[in-house]
Design a protein around this ligand. Structure first.
Ligand code: NCD
Length: 303
């Protein structure tokens, strides 16, 4: 039995395999419609979510399985003081697999250590978000046809953005990837994430300037400033509109740039960019569902 808490737990070969399954689901959805018959997914979300929870649930339904949902932490036993470990043991009696989101870093790992069924980390605090990364990787594969030899720009809240940490970690394993880390001083990538880039002998540059980085980018990954992780409102208000992508700022971008965003968008990308053929953020949403289907099948041992 295996859980997925961190994207690095999946080897490069396994990522290729999951991406291939994701593409096969897109090509032959009917072949997957009954694969999870009789199986139940429990979604335990202790933090707000729209797309990730519904994406997991849609994924399980499209596999012919069932869903047990705990969407509101206020109405759960956690509000009575139940530990994550106990919750995981209890849910193991009801479901076959768990997708868990939690505001505390490491909570899904604690759940995995105590559950007798696979646990998928659906986002833990400002740490990791491996299934968003799977969505991002399928998007990159479909748009670019490769994961190597490209310049990837991450822009916005690189300190608290868990989707950024997981995608950097995944992309660090491919040769010739260069990272341009564009953020305000206060919201730079944590050093443990930079260590991963260095460990693979890849290069990165940190800058505050999106416009001068633009011409070099093959991928631009915009992110929201993570309001819920700030200790004071003032800092958030000062930093929230640091970067707003507009058609004007894209003037110097490559014609085949891939513009990504894990969503929800607040103000980081002007809606005027949505009609640009390089905008890929709504494609990421759909790709996320296919990759969650592929991951559920893998963890349940269904071919
Ligand atoms: C992201 C998250 O929850 O970390 N959303 C998502 O799952 N697509 C990004 C965010 O909230 O900014």
């Amino acid at each position: 039995m295996r859980s997925i808490i961190d994207i690095k737990e999946l080897s490069v070969e396994e990522i290729d395999e999951l991406v291939a399954v994701g593409k096969d689901i897109i090509a032959n959805p009917a072949a997957y419609a009954h694969k999870c018959e009789g199986k139940k997914l429990a979604t335990l979300f202790f933090e707000p979510s729209t797309r990730t929870r519904l994406s997991f649930e849609a994924a399980m339904y499209e596999l012919g399985g069932h869903v047990l949902t705990m969407a509101d932490a206020q109405s759960s036993s956690a509000s009575k003081g139940e530990s994550v470990a106990d919750t995981a043991k209890v849910i193991s009696c009801y479901a076959d697999i768990i997708a868990m989101r939690h505001p505390k870093e490491g909570a899904p790992m604690v759940a995995a250590m105590n559950a007798s069924i696979p646990v998928i980390n659906a986002g833990d605090g400002g740490h990791n978000h491996p299934t968003q990364t799977l969505a991002d990787l399928l998007t990159i594969s479909r748009e670019k046809g490769r994961f190597d030899h490209m310049t990837v720009g991450f822009c916005g809240d690189l300190r608290f953005g868990r989707t950024v940490h997981s995608l950097i970690s995944a992309m660090s394993r491919y040769p010739g990837v260069r990272f341009l880390l564009i953020s305000p001083e206060e919201l730079k990538v944590p050093s443990y994430v930079k260590q991963e880039i260095k460990a693979h002998a890849l290069s990165y540059q940190q800058t505050t300037d999106l416009v001068s980085a633009m011409p070099e980018l093959d991928i631009l990954y915009m992110t929201r400033v993570q309001k819920e992780r700030f200790f004071n409102e003032e800092d958030y208000l000062r930093l929230k509109d640091s970067y707003i992508l507009t058609p004007e700022k894209l003037a110097s971008a490559k014609p085949d740039l891939c513009i990504m965003h894990p969503l929800p968008r607040v103000n980081e990308i002007s809606v005027a960019v949505d009609d640009d053929p390089r905008a890929c953020y709504f494609k990421q949403v759909l790709n996320g569902k296919y990759m969650r289907m592929a991951l559920i099948l893998k963890l349940l041992g269904i071919r």
